[in-house]
Write a protein that binds this ligand. Structure first.
Ligand SMILES: *Cc1c(COP(=O)(O)O)cnc(C)c1O
Length: 398
């Protein structure tokens, strides 16, 4: 399949005059989403009321959408389910993995991981008590830190700040050889790069849908459990919708079949309607095409910025093989520079302490966007247009 990226771009409702390079943080509105939301609210919720759980198939959506996302991450059918937020799914996967390795008490992660993942691991370690430990090492030191005492290796594949990418297949093989399980966070991988969960022998994976997958703010997360493990997992977050028979209302928890058991509570139906509109677009493309285009966009941006803006230091790996679908630069005034860019219609974001982050999302980012963004960035740097008080006041969300 060769993707038609002009066609996919036309399927998003992007504001006039904006170059959007932040789809790695919040994907834009698919054109079909407003109608899906209206239909879900008015025709289903409004007219069918409670009967919509059956008549509109609401109860099956977390699995059906899970399969559509699963295609993008190399998951076997029936191994991905949606629900909750990513932080919750990190906890759920980690707790499940740790329980499958009794006697081992070390969870290993890296210092480049997203803070929420580390906070959730820290919370789990405190709950488990009795000698459990969260160990963190530098991202480059992870491979050598895989020791026979590990219960779980928990990593985010693509670093949210720099875009540095771990070698999933290699680290899984090393961890398995040491007897450990691996939990992957695909927040910056799903819809961004090619992922082959089944082919990499992955154990657990989680990710969010509001970044590259465009489900809108607060869209549900997803979780993957390898088929060989699913029947052994006893979810620590054992909610009624993960029960074998939720409507039997038993007082004892019995895990549901396979991935069903990773469901917790009532799924966000309206948010999944928005996600369906995005998946209607994703269903048209192959990740190999998306990745090839993403690499071309990232390379063009990286090369042009280095030539035009010598004061910006590349923070991302230069080799596309070691990078996700974003390019980051460092500058001590990074926050003010990003605010100046946004004021001129180029939207990226800033990550403390000094990172300007630009996401490239082939479904709706064009080569003209790259050229346009670099020209504006160059002008801001050449004329120090960022050096104004209004660009230096930090907002709540950066
Ligand atoms: C975006 C992101 C999160 C956010 O978690 P939420 O619970 O959805 O807010 C967590 N982990 C990583 C690696 C992320 O990139």
């Amino acid at each position: 399949m060769t993707a038609d990226f002009d066609a996919t771009r036309a399927m998003f409702d992007l504001p006039e005059g904006v170059i959007y390079l932040d789809g790695n943080s919040l994907g834009p509105l698919p054109r079909g989403a407003a109608e899906k939301l209206r239909a879900c609210a008015e025709d289903e919720w409004g007219k069918m009321l409670i009967t919509a759980w059956n008549r509109a198939g609401w109860m099956d959506k977390p699995r059906a959408l899970g399969d559509r996302i699963g295609r993008l991450i190399g998951a076997e059918p029936g191994t991905v389910v949606l629900g909750d937020t990513l932080s919750i799914k990190v906890y759920q996967a980690l707790a499940s993995a740790a329980e499958l390795r009794p006697g081992r008490k070390v969870i290993l992660s890296d210092t480049g991981n997203f803070p929420s993942d580390l906070y959730m691991a820290d919370g789990l370690v405190r709950t488990l008590g009795a000698g459990y430990e969260l160990r963190t090492v530098a991202p480059e030191a992870v491979e050598d830190a895989i020791t026979p005492d590990l219960a779980v290796l928990m990593l985010t594949e693509v670093d949210y700040r720099t875009g540095r990418k771990h070698d999933m297949r290699r680290l899984i093989a090393k961890a398995h050889a040491a007897g450990a399980l691996v939990v992957w966070d695909l927040a910056h991988s799903a819809g961004a790069i090619e992922v082959d969960l089944a082919g990499s022998d992955a154990d657990f994976a989680v990710g969010c849908t509001y970044k590259y997958l465009n489900s809108g703010p607060g869209g549900p997360a997803f979780i993957y459990v390898a088929p060989r493990l699913a029947a052994q997992v006893r979810p620590a977050l054992s909610g009624w919708l993960g029960h074998e028979a939720p409507f039997a209302f038993d007082l004892d928890y019995r895990p549901g079949a396979g991935i069903e058991r990773m469901r917790v509570g009532t799924p966000p139906i309206l948010q999944m309607a928005a996600l369906e509109a995005s998946m209607d677009i994703w269903d048209r493309v192959d990740m190999a095409d998306v990745r090839a285009r993403s690499v071309a966009l990232c390379e063009a941006f990286l090369t042009a910025v280095e030539a035009a803006c010598p004061a910006l230091a590349l923070a991302s790996p230069r080799d596309p093989e070691s990078r996700g679908s974003q390019v980051s630069f460092r500058h001590p005034e990074g926050y003010a520079i990003m605010q100046a860019l946004i004021a001129q219609g180029v939207i990226g974001d800033f990550r403390a302490p000094d990172i300007l982050r630009f996401g490239f999302t082939p479904l709706y980012t064009s080569m003209e966007d790259v050229t346009g963004a670099v020209a504006i960035l160059k002008r801001i740097m050449d004329d120090a247009l960022w050096d104004r008080p209004e660009f230096k006041t930090r907002a709540k969300v950066t």
